[in-house]
Design a protein around this ligand. Structure first.
Ligand code: ATP
Length: 330
């Protein structure tokens, strides 16, 4: 009986783990507010990732047939390189990420999205999503321990692996400052983490997942300088050697409400790093690529990007001068 019990018991554990993962994935998708009705083709093979090269080939997409969200988008993210998406609100940045994650399928004739030469519509969603790490703007944490929230990135991760990921994500010291350390409960029924801390937990989780492809949605909210620095350091670890697509929101909003932290960070060159160090910047406008190139090339072009950049810098300078006037008046 004991001989039977052990394997049965193991099966029970495995079943619970799988069931838990499915429940969590569904919960995550529900929280992201995305539809999950994309279906795999019968007998679809798994995605085989060689180096994680991403290609958008003449991609067009609309949520509502009357309003195109993306029109004829083509670009390539070669192995291990970084692409930053910039553009006004509604330009189509998030849609590009959603399509790559296959929240929606492209219709026949509306182009193709390829990873290492394989059309993502032809492979299983599970294998595609295994290859992609996502760090969203507002990271979702489960009502569970920090250890569970990080370890979720890799089935069966050891305590040492979880700690190493937290260290690389600049979160270890913060975690150790809680009385229960890694066993501290977070979420609605536990410790409330700040936006920047939640994002670092998500980065640690993604480091453990170790995906060849990364989708990063930069936080729009203002973060203090120290947090900003920690996140940039954590992201640097994460993007190393992976193909990444990042949304740089902060170039699309004028930072009128910014205060002194922003001036400090821009002179420090911290958050601007995502954009300035990207191998390629795509400037989107009304669902089309208006300009593309490196930071230096786009500034030299003197077009849409150069104007957005100038507006951003001007906004920061205005904020700086009003801050110093306020200080003088005191
Ligand atoms: P933001 O910087 O504000 O996040 P974005 O550049 O990421 O904007 P998208 O979210 O990709 O823009 O939106 C592109 C277009 O698609 C917009 O016109 C938007 O209104 C529309 N759109 C986005 N999501 C949906 C949706 N779920 N249903 C219908 N239309 C949508």
């Amino acid at each position: 009986l004991a001989q039977l019990y052990i394997p049965l018991n193991m099966l029970g554990t495995i079943y619970r783990s799988i069931n838990q993962t499915l429940v969590d994935t569904e919960k995550l998708l529900k929280l992201l507010g995305e539809p999950t009705d994309v279906n795999d083709k019968p007998n679809a093979p798994d995605l085989v990732v060689q180096d994680g090269t991403i290609e958008f080939e003449n991609v067009s997409f609309s949520y509502d047939e009357r309003v195109p969200a993306l029109s004829n988008i083509s670009f390539k993210v070669p192995k291990g390189s970084s692409v930053a998406l910039v553009g006004e609100s509604g330009a189509g940045k998030s849609t590009i990420l959603r399509l790559l994650y296959r929240f929606y399928d492209l219709k026949e004739g509306d182009g193709r999205i390829l990873i290492d030469g394989q059309d993502i519509r032809d492979v299983t969603q599970a294998s595609l999503r295994k290859a992609i790490g996502v760090v969203p703007q507002d990271s979702v944490l489960f009502n569970a321990s920090i250890s569970y929230n990080i370890g979720y990135g890799k089935f069966g991760a050891s305590a040492e692996e979880i700690e190493a990921a937290a260290k690389a994500a600049q979160m270890h010291e913060r975690i150790m400052s809680f009385p229960d350390g890694y066993e501290t409960k977070v979420g609605e029924r536990g410790v409330r983490l700040s936006g920047g801390e939640k994002q670092r937990v998500a980065i640690a989780r993604t480091l453990l997942k170790n995906p060849p492809v990364l989708l990063l949605d930069e936080a729009t909210s203002a973060l203090d300088t120290a947090t900003e620095k920690d996140i940039q350091n954590a992201l640097q670890h994460l993007v190393q050697g992976r193909s990444s697509l990042s949304i740089a929101h902060r170039l699309s909003v004028r930072p009128l409400a910014t205060s002194f932290w922003a001036i400090y960070t821009i002179t420090d060159g911290d958050w601007t790093q995502t954009i300035a160090s990207a191998d390629l910047i795509l400037v989107l406008k009304d669902g089309q690529i208006a300009e593309q190139g490196t930071h230096a090339e786009l500034l030299a072009l003197g077009g849409v990007f150069a104007n957005m950049w100038a507006a951003q810098v001007q906004g920061l300078e205005d904020a700086a001068s009003s801050h110093s006037h306020q200080k003088e008046a005191v």
